[in-house]
Design a protein around this ligand. Structure first.
Ligand code: MG
Length: 300
């Protein structure tokens, strides 16, 4: 069984300039909840000034959990700081995502802190979360390459991964934020990670900027990775990484997995409906080649 972490409502929409209504987001998440996806990252408890798209995080989380509390679907939320953590806790969030990167230049531009400083901040949040029985997932940006520093040394990735495990993260998502990774690099870096950490606790987060996402996912599968982040319709990008297209599309990941006989639990027709809905709202064509074909032919 392959675990797909759907990040469209958070990672995807975060990069959309036009702010959607809470109603539209709820509809999108509701459609996603019908697809069989078991983990849907829905929002981020950031300052509204920082990311206006996420300014309805509290209301959205309340509405989603009121509607889907009994389904067993996991709705993690991103938490950038202690204040965000306190909000998440007060709402009964069961899983939070914390984030850092392998590159100081990237974290400085992104959150005005060095990598070390992000871990100082996160350690307090993570220890509270563990005490409060809230699961912690770690995101590592620029694992393979950085828009400012170029190719990143695998030693930096190993170091940041270790720090996240020390914080108590149950799963770590290794992100190719700007979509520069290629299979040889992916293979080498996962091999190094596996020497030090349990592969079942690692997830891969690819962007399809240079068309390498699926081949990188196939390579990751061959190295034993079974958890992948993706976004419906390929929504997203990165505000700090010019030209970075969205996350790999969940539809494309589905198509690859089913071709390999690997189960994702996703109903592709329902997923396509969810993507079609949100792409119309953000007024964008899909980045997913599979979805484009599927929507125009109605066939897999
Ligand atoms: Mg992403």
């Amino acid at each position: 069984m392959i675990k797909i972490v759907e990040v469209g409502p958070r990672d995807g929409l975060q990069n959309e300039k036009s702010v959607l209504s809470t109603e539209d987001k709820l509809k999108f998440i509701s459609l996603l909840a019908e697809t069989g996806l078991k983990t849907i990252e829905i929002t981020s408890f950031v300052k509204p000034e920082a990311i206006p798209q996420m300014s309805d995080a509290v209301e959205l989380f309340k509405q989603v959990t009121a509607k889907f509390a009994k389904t067993g679907i996991n709705f993690p939320c991103l938490v950038p700081n202690l204040k965000g953590y306190e909000t998440a806790k007060s709402l009964g969030v069961k899983e939070i995502a914390l984030f850092s990167a392998t590159s100081d230049s990237f974290t400085k531009k992104n959150v005005n802190a060095t990598v070390d400083e992000t871990f100082e901040k996160m350690s307090e949040v993570a220890s509270l979360a563990l005490k409060d029985n809230i699961r912690v997932r770690g995101y590592i940006s620029t694992a393979f390459g950085c828009p400012y520093e170029g190719r990143m040394d695998v030693k930096k990735l190993l170091n940041v991964t270790e720090r996240f495990f020390k914080l108590g993260a149950y799963e770590i998502s290794v992100g190719d934020t700007i979509g520069v990774a290629v299979p040889t690099q992916v293979k080498d870096y996962i091999k190094e990670l596996k020497k030090n950490f349990p592969v079942e606790k690692l997830a891969m987060h690819f962007h399809d900027t240079r068309g390498m996402a699926l081949v990188n996912i196939k390579t990751s599968l061959e190295e034993g990775i079974t958890t992948f982040d993706s976004s419906a319709g390929g929504l997203g990008g990165c505000p700090y990484a010019k030209g970075a297209t969205g996350n790999v599309a969940t539809e494309d990941v589905w198509y690859l997995m089913q071709s390999l006989g690997l189960e994702t639990g996703i109903d592709i027709q329902k997923l396509a409906e969810a993507s079609k809905f949100i792409l119309e709202k953000v007024n964008k064509p899909t980045e997913s080649k599979f979805l484009r074909a599927y929507l125009s032919t109605g066939k897999v």
